[in-house]
Design a binder for this molecule. Structure first.
Ligand SMILES: Cc1cc2nc3c(=O)[nH]c(=O)nc-3n(C[C@H](O)[C@H](O)[C@H](O)COP(=O)(O)OP(=O)(O)OC[C@H]3O[C@@H](n4cnc5c(N)ncnc54)[C@H](O)[C@@H]3O)c2cc1C
Length: 443
């Protein structure tokens, strides 16, 4: 299955659906809608019939957040609806546009998003709904770039919200979990197009933790990958530079990003799945095999790389000061597992924001993401890490696997009840509900 296309179907027919990782599946009748009118009609019809309607993005969430219990609403992104205000750097797009399409559109207008995550296959709406983020101490999640949103509520009403319009809905709807309405249009605050210089190099974990303030504060975007069973990390920094004067030769880019990061890594994971005893050696070889490299490129092309090796993932946003303790505990968990971990652990950083269900609400965050290759046991690993992360005040990524419920999430989010009050107002009949939302927000 290509990275960007989970299974789809023609209008009205019941069809199988699965997410990118293949760990969430359903069969649901598909309703297709393009503009706001069609979405309103679909929502009103579902409500009148007492059916649930789940709008999907690109299917890149690992949780069942996008899994339809009733019908599945598929939005069609109509290019005719795009509006670009070059002067104010405000761009309005259909919410179903993918980030990849958005990045190309922005580049044509000499614009860019200030920050991005690891991939660009998500829909704009889906990325916003789950608090998708990249890394950078000066940057919040992608939802912090939203200037205005237009959505269809559970009553089929069309509303626009921003800092001035329906301002009481805005801090809830920017990370809305798909629970408040169907986003049809999003206005994003962009910046002038920019070039990044990427620097990637191996380092010792202890040195990296000791130099964390300089790493985070001294670079526009910094992250590192820790290789389980080793003391090694790969540190990646991206900084804004005036000129694209050191592009990666095409062959080197293919070798590093496609061949080593995807093809060889997939082979190593398959080997580790078959012969788990080799996992520590594979991790050590991976840590040593990654060479240092520096290159420049268009911002979105540096931020995002293709991910073809399928995996499942859990990610926790933690108060930044808790990172060393969380990593130390994670090392003990990994060592004690009855099976081996085949994927590196990704560590990223974001700025505080004021969005009620954003993982970064009100605090500087360190994100710790743990992965496991598909088909390899993961639950004891993920549950063990979650116990530690929850104790440290961690907030689970809404799109990545976790086992929390509304009662346990409520203390982690100071505005949890305010969010639920907006949900009660916008979707009193839970047209947009599913079993997953019943669990994490309450029925
Ligand atoms: C390989 C891979 C790499 C990833 N990298 C990162 C990363 O670097 N950083 C990060 O933070 N996350 C990352 N993620 C997670 C991903 O960004 C989120 O799970 C995101 O929500 C996926 O977007 P989507 O379009 O696939 O949405 P889906 O998974 O299809 O849906 C997610 C939610 O959005 C809702 N939704 C979709 N469209 C609408 C709409 N029009 N109106 C209202 N609600 C809507 C759905 O109902 C659902 O609740 C990654 C995931 C994968 C598989």
């Amino acid at each position: 299955m290509p990275e960007s296309s989970p299974s789809t179907a023609s209008a009205g027919t019941a069809a199988p659906w699965s997410n990118w990782a293949g760990n969430q599946t359903a069969t649901a009748a598909v309703v297709r809608a393009a503009g706001a009118d069609e979405v309103q009609a679909a929502v009103r019809a579902a409500r009148a019939d007492g059916r649930r309607l789940k709008v999907g993005g690109s299917g890149h969430s690992f949780t069942a957040i996008a899994r339809p219990d009733g019908d599945r609403l598929e939005l069609v992104a109509e290019p005719a609806r795009i509006r670009v205000d070059r002067e104010r750097r405000l761009v309005t797009v259909p919410a179903a546009l993918t980030l990849r399409e958005l990045n190309e559109l922005l580049a044509r207008h000499g614009l860019a998003l200030p920050n991005l995550g690891d991939i660009d296959a998500q829909s704009v709406a889906g990325a916003l709904a789950t608090g998708t983020h990249g890394t950078g101490a000066g940057y919040g999640c992608l939802s912090t770039f939203v200037d205005a949103l237009t959505l269809v509520t559970g009553a089929g009403e069309l509303i626009t919200c921003s800092a001035t319009d329906n301002a009481d809905v805005f801090p809830a709807a920017r990370v809305g979990l798909g629970a408040l309405g169907v986003l049809v249009e999003v206005t994003l605050r962009c910046v002038d197009a920019f070039v990044l210089r990427a620097d990637e190099r191996p380092a010792a974990l202890a040195d990296t933790l000791a130099g964390l303030p300089e790493l985070i504060g001294g670079n526009d975007h910094a992250e590192f990958y820790w290789f389980p069973y080793t003391d090694r990390v790969q540190v990646k920094t991206n900084n804004r530079v005036p000129a694209d004067d050191h592009p990666l030769p095409r062959m080197r880019g293919w070798l590093d990003d496609e061949f080593l990061a995807n093809t060889v890594f997939a082979g190593a994971c398959r080997l580790g799945r078959r012969l788990p005893g080799l996992a520590p050696a594979i991790s050590a070889v991976s840590a040593r095999a990654l060479a240092a490299r520096t290159y420049t490129g268009r911002s979105d092309r540096v931020f995002c790389t293709p991910r073809r090796v399928r995996f499942v993932e859990m990610e926790y946003g933690l108060p930044r000061a808790a990172l060393p303790e969380a990593l130390a505990a994670l090392r003990r968990i990994v060592d004690d597992l009855p099976f081996r971990v085949l994927f590196p652990v990704e560590v990223r950083f974001t700025a505080p924001d004021d969005i009620w269900l954003s993982h970064g609400y009100g605090r500087e965050s360190a994100y710790l993401a743990i992965h496991q290759y598909v088909g390899v046991p993961y639950e004891p690993y993920f549950r063990g890490f979650e116990r530690i992360a929850a104790k440290l005040g961690g907030r689970p990524h809404w799109g990545k696997l976790h086992y929390r419920d509304a009662a346990s999430l409520r203390p982690a989010y100071p505005r949890f009840d305010d969010f639920r009050a907006v949900r009660d107002r916008l979707d009193p009949d839970r047209v947009f509900g599913n079993a997953h939302l019943d669990r994490v927000l309450g029925a």
